[in-house]
Each structure stands twice: as C-alpha cells, then as structure tokens.
Design a binder for this molecule. Structure first.
Ligand SMILES: [Zn+2]
Length: 217
C-alpha cells in the first residue's frame, strides 16, 4: 500500500482514522523526533517505556500507553514496525534487523502489549516502514537457514535473498494479528537511494532514519 508523504515523513493512510495518535517513518528529507529511543543491539528485548532517558537503556522495541511521549527506533535497512491498539491506545515501535527478527522481536513486542495493557492481538494494527527488501537483501546461507524457507528467495547462481518484511509480517500473523490490519509501505531502502539511507549501499557513512509513534490522548 502506498504510504502518504507529509513534510518528508511517511504516514500510514489507514491510521488517519485514529486521531488519538501521531506516527511517521523518516526519510532522508525529514524525521519525526521521538522523545524516547533505545540503544539498539539487534536483540529480541522489549522495554516498557518507563522512567528512563533517551538512549539510556538497551533493547530493540518500546511499548507504552503514555500520552505525549513519542517512542521511536532508528533504522537504515532494518525493518521499522509501528504497532497500535485502538482499544487500549497502547503503541509500540520495533527495530527488526535479521538478528532481531530471528529473536522474534515483533512477537515479543505484541506479547508485552498483551501482558502490560491486556491488548488483544486480533485488534492490533501494524505499519511496516521502509527497509531493505527481498530484491536487494542477499544473505549468507547461515543467515538464510535461520528463517522459514517461505521467507527466502533462491535463484541459480546467486546467494539467497531474505524477505525480512515478510518474516515480520508472518510473525505478526502467528501472534494473532489479522492480515488486513498489517499495512506495508513496500519501499526498499536500497533501491530508493533518493529517499532513504541504506547501510548496505553506504556502509562507510550510513545515515539513519527515525520512525516514531505517539499517543496524543
Ligand atoms: Zn531493493
């Protein structure tokens, strides 16, 4: 689905109906400014936003119901996933590279929303932001072996390609999300150099995009 661009930030159109939240996926041109991010370590660790400062704690996903405290993640090829719960107004921001995805980071975030706020997975909605897509994401056989074969594309004479966005989508569906509640911008950070930073394309000097979500009321 095409996400809408506003002031250089990408928005998930179906979430226009939720006036109680604000969210955005950054680009080269602009970034949302989350109040709280983590020191990301490619883990499966989810933190409930608490009484700690920006970049004080390590982990790769944040969940909260706090009002006016935007939470966010930094990415440049890894998958940014934002989640919201229309019932409890809980929100989550997830950083899912291959290691985090292999550690079920997005499923862990959903579990934390269930545990902390009694969210029902079938009511949650998710937005998948720009990331390196299967067109461009060559991985080693060792990395490919950590993922379901359905998330790997193989062709003769080239290394396997990993569909990290699909791996996260499949995890969310296994966790109970409805497929029609998962919105994907379908943009590739490696293909779209004019719009996005890419760690793979510019390893020497990769910029970072921020993705954030905030409960407003
Ligand atoms: Zn691509």
């Amino acid at each position: 689905m095409a996400f809408r661009e506003a002031g250089g930030v990408l928005l998930c159109p179906p979430w226009d109906r939720f006036s109680w939240q604000k969210h955005g996926f950054g680009t080269r041109n602009a970034n949302p400014l989350p109040a709280l991010t983590l020191r990301q370590v490619h883990s499966g660790d989810v933190l409930l936003a608490g009484d700690f400062a920006d970049r004080e704690c390590e982990g790769d996903a944040l969940v909260t119901t706090e009002i006016n405290r935007p939470i966010g993640v930094r990415t440049a090829d890894c998958v940014p996933v934002l989640l919201l719960d229309p019932g409890t107004r809980a929100v989550a921001a997830v950083h899912a590279g291959w290691r985090g995805t292999a550690a079920s980071i997005v499923s862990n975030a959903i579990e934390e929303m269930q545990r902390a706020f009694a969210s029902q997975p079938c009511e949650l909605e998710a937005a998948i932001g720009p990331c390196i897509r299967v067109c461009c994401y060559e991985v080693s056989d060792d990395v490919a072996a950590r993922f379901p074969e359905a998330n790997i594309r193989r062709s003769a004479g080239s290394r396997p390609h990993l569909d990290l966005a699909a791996a996260n989508r499949d995890q969310m569906i296994r966790s109970g999300l409805a497929p029609e509640h998962i919105f994907d911008c379908e943009l590739c950070t490696f293909c779209r150099a004019e719009l996005f930073y890419s760690y793979r394309r510019e390893p020497a000097d990769p910029g970072r995009m921020l993705s954030a979500i905030c409960r407003l009321a």
